[in-house]
Every structure is written in structure tokens, then in C-alpha cells.
Ligand binder design. Structure first.
Ligand code: GLY
Ligand code: MN
Ligand code: MN
Length: 417
């Protein structure tokens, strides 16, 4: 049974007796007059069909699967080329029946559709646990994105612009057949690395600074989400090495602990502890580690989550209502679920020197006994370090989909010229 049919069957089974499943695919969005934004299929629709064309519908009625495709005219064929008609679409997408989108009423036969909230929850539950078919796509999206990251490391030179590296990343993915990125690339040199969602990507690269690149392509809609941080001139300085080692240690320890049954929020707190200990050793933080984590001092340097689900969306479904747990920790965390085999999640600790946090008078007062602000201030030209891999939770050790160099020697070798 093909990959998508298997997923349609799972969805139909999960909602059996609750009505007809109707999923509308995405529609093109006008940018102006007769120009459209690049079309990206709705993720739920892609999940159960693999159809990347706009204007389609899917109806699952018991075991009957109907795909509805737009009826196109000669004018459309002149400008846009051919789109698969019913008999071709039936073969291509492996459904029982294909109708035209304007026949939706007929396809629904006056039957009651499943309530939107039930359909949402079923999709959230199913999409959380990836099948081997989905994992094969994610492995490939990661392999290609990884090669693109390596190409960026090799090509980076002082004096280049951030957007040149962005272009190298994009080109390496497109050349390998992955024409779409999973999210806008963050290519951040020096202090820009401390802007968590930096997207300008237009600054010049300076020797002695770090380059943080968070970029990933998608395949069949399945995302890779990878971050690497490396020295622009190919050699880490002492202080870069020190901070990098703290982040790397946190990331590797968290990957080793990512097993079924672990609550994602607990893993996040664990990463905060490892980072707090590391920053204490380096002299940025003072005092007891529990206090640094629960009191929030470590969040001045590590203000984001450790992990999120990854799949057809870069910040993917969180597993449905059944899986959402109350946060068992004393720190705010968005993603709280017990890890299960087949979850694909990111592992992305970071340390940043963010002026907006470190210079905030309220935070400085609050954390004056926990943070050496004079030392932190001397790092305000540093930027930030994040290391992000994508892993599959397995019954044994997690499978790491990301193979981009991250050990200090390996990163320097990958940057060698
Ligand atoms: N690239 C977005 C994230 O890391 O979550
Ligand atoms: Mn991420
Ligand atoms: Mn990322």
C-alpha cells in the first residue's frame, strides 16, 4: 500500500463513524493583480495526498477515497501548462476516484462532515508519529540540507555578505532537487547571531566573528531544521571555543537523554541546567544551579526552547489534546509532551549575548547576585551560538538525522581552505 494511502486509511480509521472527512487543499494567494505568491500546499492535505497542486479537495467516505481536482480550461493550459486530469490523477495519486473540484457537493452526497475540531485533533495525533515512509523523506531533506550547510562552511570568507551564504545554501539545495526551503534562512554574522529570528541577512562578514546559520530545505513538504555556528575565518578563538563547548555539551547530553517516556519540558530544564553549569564555570553566572534555572538567570543567555516537533511544518503539530500535559516544571515551556518512538524533534540549545536582555535595568537588578554583568557586557560584541540537529525518538538511542560537523575540530576542518 502506498505511503499516502496508508496515511489516509489511518485518518479514516481514526474518525470512523463520525462523518465524512473533507479536507480542502490550499488555494493560490494573489500578491497583486495577476501575480501569485509561490504556492505551498496545506500541510494536512499534503500529509494524506502528496498532491502539491492548488485548488484540490479530498473526501474520505468510509473506505471510498475521492480526490477532486480543478477543472482547467484552454486558457489555463496556454499560460500554466497541463495539469493532470481525472484519469491521470487517479493513477498518479492512487485514489479510488477523481472528480472535479466543482463537483464537491456531489462527492459529499449530503453527508455530515466530521466536526472541524475532531478532524484537527485526529491530524495532530497522527502527524506526530512519523511512519517509515515519512522518515525516509525527512532523512533525505536532512541529508541535502546538511550538504548545503557544509557547502556554506567551505565557502565562507571574511568580506562576504550574509546573503551570499544564503545564496550558496539555497543553490546547494536546489541543485540537489529540493526547490523549497522549510522556513526563511537565518544567516547571522557576529552580533546578528544574538537576534533570534534575524532575517535581514545583508551584513558583511568580519574575520574573528562567528557565523550562525539556521536553514533547512523541505522534501515532499517535510522539513529539515538545522543550525550551525562556525568561525568566519575558520578558527575558533579561545572565548568562542569556551562558549561553543558549553552549547555542544548541552546538545549532546540532551540527545543522549531523548528517550520514550521523557517529558520534553523536563529535557528543556535539563538543558538549562547544563548551560547554567557551563556558564558558571566560565564566570558569567554565580550561585546554585537550581536557583539559576528556576529564578530565570540562565534565560538571560538562553531565552528559547530546547526542542519542538518537526514534520510537514517546521514547528510541527504537538501531538493532539490527548498528549498535551500540564507543565511539570517551574519554567515556562510551550511544548510539553511525553516523547514517543516516531516523534521527530529538534535539539537546539543556544547561548547568546543579547543587549536587550543584558542591558535591561529591571533584569539587571533582579539578577544582580546571579550574573556577572561586567563580564557579560564585555561579550556584547559576541553574538550567539546555537547548535540544532533533528532527531527521531526510537525505542533505543535516538536516530540523529543531521550529519553536519559540530565537534570543534570537525567544524574547523569543514571550514578549512
Ligand atoms: N528555524 C526555526 C527554529 O529553529 O525553530
Ligand atoms: Mn528549530
Ligand atoms: Mn532552526
Amino acid at each position: 500500500m502506498n505511503h499516502y494511502r496508508l496515511l489516509r486509511r489511518s485518518l479514516a480509521k481514526r474518525l470512523a463513524g463520525q462523518g465524512v472527512v473533507h479536507l480542502a487543499g490550499g488555494k493560490p494567494v494573489a500578491r497583486n493583480f495577476d501575480v501569485e505568491y509561490a504556492f505551498r500546499q496545506n500541510s494536512d492535505f499534503l500529509y494524506v495526498t502528496g498532491v502539491e497542486e492548488p485548488g484540490c479537495h479530498l473526501v474520505l467516505d468510509g473506505s471510498r477515497e475521492i480526490l477532486l481536482v480543478p477543472r482547467v480550461d484552454a486558457h489555463h493550459r496556454v499560460w500554466e501548462g497541463n495539469v493532470p486530469g481525472p484519469s491521470e490523477a487517479k493513477k498518479l495519486f492512487g485514489v479510488d476516484k477523481v472528480m472535479y473540484a466543482d463537483e464537491l457537493k456531489k462527492a459529499l452526497r449530503g453527508r455530515r462532515p466530521v466536526a472541524a475540531s475532531k478532524l484537527r485533533d485526529a491530524l495532530d495525533e497522527l502527524r506526530a508519529v512519523k511512519t517509515e515512509g515519512e522518515l525516509a523523506l525527512m532523512r533525505r531533506a536532512n541529508a541535502v540540507s546538511g550538504e548545503a550547510h557544509a557547502a556554506v562552511m567551505r565557502a565562507t570568507r571574511p568580506g562576504m555578505k550574509e546573503y551570499e551564504l544564503q545564496a550558496i545554501f539555497d543553490s546547494a539545495c536546489v541543485k540537489r532537487g529540493l526547490k523549497h526551503l522549510a522556513y526563511p534562512s537565518i544567516v547571522a554574522a557576529g552580533v546578528n547571531g544574538a537576534v533570534l529570528h534575524y532575517r535581514k541577512n545583508d551584513a558583511a562578514l568580519r574575520s574573528g566573528d562567528l557565523l550562525l546559520i539556521d536553514a533547512g530545505a523541505e522534501l515532499g513538504g517535510y522539513a529539515a531544521d538545522i543550525t550551525r555556528t562556525f568561525p568566519i575565518n575558520g578558527k575558533f578563538t579561545r572565548r568562542q571555543r569556551d562558549v561553543y563547548s558549553v552549547v555542544l555539551e548541552a546538545q549532546k547530553k540532551c540527545i543522549a537523554r531523548a528517550r520514550p517516556g521523557i517529558i520534553s519540558a523536563d529535557l528543556h530544564v535539563y538543558s538549562m541546567r547544563v548551560i547554567a553549569e557551563g556558564l558558571k564555570d566560565l564566570g558569567f553566572l554565580k550561585g546554585d544551579v537550581d536557583g539559576l534555572v528556576e529564578g530565570g538567570a540562565v534565560r538571560l543567555f538562553y531565552p528559547h526552547g530546547l526542542t519542538h516537533m518537526l514534520g510537514l511544518d517546521v514547528h510541527d503539530v504537538m501531538g493532539g489534546k490527548r498528549r498535551v500535559l500540564p507543565n511539570p516544571t517551574k519554567v515556562p515551556v510551550r511544548f510539553v509532551a511525553k516523547l514517543e518512538p516516531g516523534f521527530v524533534i529538534t535539539m537546539e540549545p543556544g547561548v547568546y549575548f543579547i543587549e536587550a536582555l543584558l542591558k535591561d535595568p529591571v533584569l539587571r537588578r533582579k539578577h544582580k547576585d546571579s550574573v556577572d554583568f561586567a563580564k557579560a557586557d564585555s561579550f556584547l560584541d559576541f553574538g550567539g551560538i546555537r547548535i540544532e540537529d533533528d532527531i527521531v525518538v526510537r525505542d533505543g538511542p535516538a536516530e540523529n538525522l543531521t550529519r553536519v560537523p559540530k565537534e570543534i575540530d570537525a567544524v574547523e576542518a569543514a571550514c578549512a581552505r
